[in-house]
Design a protein around this ligand. Sequence first.
Ligand SMILES: Cc1ncc(COP(=O)(O)O)c(C=O)c1O
Length: 498
Amino acid sequence: MKDSRQNLTPFFTKLKEYGMSRVAPFDVPGHKLGRIENDMQKFVGKKMYLLDANSPVGLDHLNYPTGVINEAQTLMAEAMNADKSYFLTNGTTTGLLAMVMSVCKANDKLILPRNVHKSVINGLILSGAMPVFVKPNIDENLGIANDVSFSAVKKTIDENLDAKAIFIINPTYFGVVSDLQQITDYAHQNNMVVMVDEAHGAQFYFSQKLPLSAMEAGADITATSMHKTAGSLTQSSVILTKGNRIDHQRLRATLNMLQSTSPSSLLMASLDVARKTMYFKGKAKLNNILQLSKIARTQLKKIPGITVIDKDYLLEHDCFDADETKLMIKVSDLGLTGFDIYQQMKKEYNIQLELAESHIVLCVLTIGTTKQDLERLVLAFRKLSEKYFKQRDKLPKIEFHYQFPDTYARPRDAYHAPKNLVKLDDAVDEISAESIMIYPPGIPIIIPGEVITENVVRDIKFYKAKGGSLQSDIENDTEIDYVQIVDKENWIKYEGDL
Ligand SMILES: Cc1ncc(COP(=O)(O)O)c(C=O)c1O
């Protein structure tokens, strides 16, 4: 039975009333609810500005919510099977930072898969927590890292019974999930907090046909990008918590340390209304998109040179479960990389894909995806196949093998160590003092404290040559020729380190 209280949108309703109230605004923001003119205002109209207020009387404050934001957060928690929710206006990035920083103190051990988003690595740097990495399952055929097996997690827990917490991705960017229920139960038996990254999993809360959500699995805390898959505006996310293992005072204090004192009312209102829509219509809409994606998958499977990486494939390759709203397609048998296809799709067909990797491209399907857009996608793949499949043998074979380097020092120690800037080729066997990643997905190839191997250098060069969007702490995009390494001669390594 649906709860009719979920029809309420306390924050959005009050914000709308305020915007329409003919108030004389002597507070910020300086556009004074749209009483200025600029190109954007002309394009979107005044109404967007009417909803952009900064904590006036009656609209509550995200830093210490006691009014309509509190009510909206309570409804969010109830809709998502959580005890408590915290709105975030700087994405799941801030949620993950706050999660790691509030659960782990310096030197606490955190068990986590190595293929985490860069914000989790940054959480390690900021908190000083000690990572204990679990190797994720790697699909050599696709060149991607997937879930972590329960047996690998259990072994790591058994060997690190003093760990404070465990961190799981639900799902990975590519839609693969681990056995969160079993991992959560085992971690709890061993008094560990279970933290989850659900940047790509907001939809799990609204359909029984998708993998288990973190809250259903009994995890303690998760951060969920409502903006990625549940229809709210970009950067709006939520933290959800359950049970009594989370220190809410510390979490609130950490969030207030990281978030702006001027949180966007537009983003918070968009969370309020997205929750209502997902609560009442999410299930039916997600069913519909699962049906449409099934049709598209069947059509795509007939196209030469294209392999649809569906749930059956992933289960056969030892993944625990998969989110079928992600459409992963292997394209490298056409003789092109995922990066090539990603660019061509936009340039020639005006189709924007979510991400590319060496062998694959990824499409994200949500309640906003239409049948027509899926038809365009299938047609474009058909055309690309017609163009490239015949000549595929003439093109160089794409070789790429996913590997993770060894950890030598805590990320925080390497981050604070004295550094030298060296050419990538001269960095082999040195300790990295920075993170380098392709974005998306934002999973670092190397993080501070890891040993730079020949494979790391090869991978960075490969991504650079193939047009992957590389990011490092010092350089951007394709200019990555240098890397910051730890100056070992002048480094006083922290005693209790790895
Ligand atoms: C796995 C994963 N975690 C966290 C994030 C950060 O989420 P947000 O963009 O909401 O800050 C991302 C973003 O792409 C991600 O892919």
